[in-house]
Design a protein around this ligand. Structure first.
Ligand code: F6P
Length: 491
């Protein structure tokens, strides 16, 4: 198999300055966790930002040297790029809009310019490492322009792109500054994959509406080639989480934690700090639950883990303050000697610590307003040792398409969420096991290896068709009867 170059904005490890030099911790988020398993098993190299801002050559060398044995290559950013590209265009413009949130006042020209410049920098970084036969897998919304930048430099390169977050409907997408360029950027790839068919359909509709291109059965027809567009839902490293579930150390720690909570039952909420996740609504629903059913006071604890993320941005900072206030209010209202209703931690934990929480939780709350997939939901299911436990899942999460045996809720309906919590807490064990075993079956079959294999096979197929088509013609290959129309500079 040819070598794969994974390119993502952030590397799966984050460097931190200490007195002893740099230390590296695991990065937060599904992209890093999921692809790290692939990186560990396959012949890949990984290019991305190492999480620190530095312009000092000695620091850059230290980080580069430390990452080299792990087949990772840093792409550095300065403070201005961080502010304008990462905080600006990526996370104040694209992130809310791709999650169907109202578009803020619009982006300023500098944010858009830096987005283009940083994408160029990533293109340079790929070029520096590229060897004959390599294929490139680009990840996520921070690098929407990169496929085309690479296609312009290397017309024959095999390029795949996976979007980890939702893709919005055409009318929402249209509000973006640079919307045409972003679509054209993506169409530089051979294969564009999304988490669900809903997002694939949104993308194809957007391409038809904005670029006036022909599409048919998951293909976009360009003047000289065809781009495949498909849904490949991302999975998790099922075996790793299932193994954690049987580890005596994890089981012991979970039992110890349960004793410390003085609670018969535990509900878990674990996310990155993000306004798309619906964390405040979960707290409101828990409050409603305790008001409605006072018998639960003193017997059910909500374990709330929020991992710091993008905390310098105003909406994230405000959300953090609101979560702090809501937790204080609930804890003051219902607190009993020796028992605290919400046990709240604002920190990043590693996978083993997550496994302890999954093992502890009788009920897991995964209730985003909108989420590409949500791998926390899948990890919880994989990590349930006895097949017990109840997953409460938002219908707006990509995972809800697969995990239909969860208690599916509307994240805006806090009353419905409180009812689902009550239902989960009193669900008979036999029903829990039935639902859980069906979900375990699905996610063990569609794990991260299967995801990578599907992605790779489809990428090979479309890339080899592209090469064949160059020699013959689009129509002669029988790809489609549709008429490709010349559009701008697309090729
Ligand atoms: O999955 C969405 C995503 O934005 C990833 O691209 C990213 O690595 C992760 O969430 C964490 O976000 P950030 O890199 O902004 O901390």
């Amino acid at each position: 198999m040819s070598r794969i170059i994974i390119v993502s904005n952030r590397l799966p490890v984050t460097a931190q300055r200490t007195n002893q030099g740099f230390v590296f911790t695991q990065s937060t988020g599904g992209l890093a966790t999921g692809l790290a398993s692939i990186h560990a098993m396959q012949e890949t190299i990984w290019l991305g930002w190492p999480g620190v801002l530095t312009e000092q050559p000695d620091e850059k060398t230290a980080i580069t040297d430390a990452l080299l044995p792990h087949r990772m290559y840093p792409v550095f950013m300065n403070e201005e790029a961080y502010a304008q590209y990462y905080e600006g265009f990526c996370n104040s413009v694209l992130w809310p809009l791709f999650h169907y949130f109202p578009h803020p006042a619009g982006c300023n020209h500098s944010q858009w310019q830096h987005y283009q410049t940083v994408n160029e920098r990533f293109a340079d970084a790929v070029c520096q490492r590229l060897q004959p036969g390599d294929q490139v897998w680009i990840q996520d919304y921070q690098l929407l322009l990169l496929p085309r930048l690479l296609r312009q430099r290397f017309p024959e390169l095999t390029i795949g792109f996976f979007l980890h977050i939702p893709f919005p409907p055409p009318d929402v997408f249209r509000a973006l500054t640079g919307h045409r360029a972003l679509l054209e950027g993506l169409l530089g790839a051979d294969l564009l994959a999304f988490q669900t068919t809903e997002y694939t359909d949104n993308f194809l509709a957007t391409v038809r509406r904005i670029l006036k291109l022909d599409t048919e059965a998951g293909h976009v027809f360009l003047p000289s080639r065809v781009v495949d567009v498909t849904a490949i839902p991302m999975g998790i490293d099922y075996e790793k989480f299932a193994a954690y579930a049987h580890s005596p150390a994890i089981i012991d720690q979970a039992a110890q934690l349960r004793r410390q909570l003085y609670s018969a039952q535990v509900i878990l909420s674990a996310d990155r700090l993000d306004y798309t996740k619906g964390i405040l609504q979960r707290l409101t629903a828990f409050d409603l639950l305790l008001t409605d059913q006072p018998s639960l006071i003193g017997t059910v604890t909500l374990v709330l883990l929020v991992s710091p993320s993008r905390a310098e941005l105003t909406p994230y900072r405000l959300l953090k303050e609101q979560i702090d206030e809501a937790v204080d209010r609930i804890n003051q209202l219902y607190h009993r000697p020796g028992w605290t209703p919400v046990r709240y931690r604002y920190l990043t934990v590693d996978l083993a610590q997550m496994a302890v929480l999954y093992s502890l939780a009788d009920v897991a709350l995964v209730t985003p307003f909108r989420d590409g997939m949500n791998l926390i939901a899948k990890e919880y299911v994989a990590a349930r040792r006895n097949g017990t436990g109840v997953l409460i899942l938002s219908e707006m999460a990509g995972a809800a398409h697969e995990l239909t045996d969860a208690l599916i809720i509307n994240p805006y309906d806090v009353r419905g969420m409180a009812n689902a919590m009550a239902q989960g807490l009193r669900m008979p064990l036999s029903e829990q096991q039935l639902r859980m075993s069906r979900m375990q079956q699905i996610i063990s079959n569609h794990d991260i290896n299967r995801w990578a294999t599907c992605f790779n096979q489809q990428l090979q197929q479309v890339a080899s068709q592209r090469k064949t088509v160059k020699k013959r013609s689009l129509v002669a290959t029988g790809w489609s009867l549709a008429r490709p129309r010349p559009v701008g500079e697309l090729h």
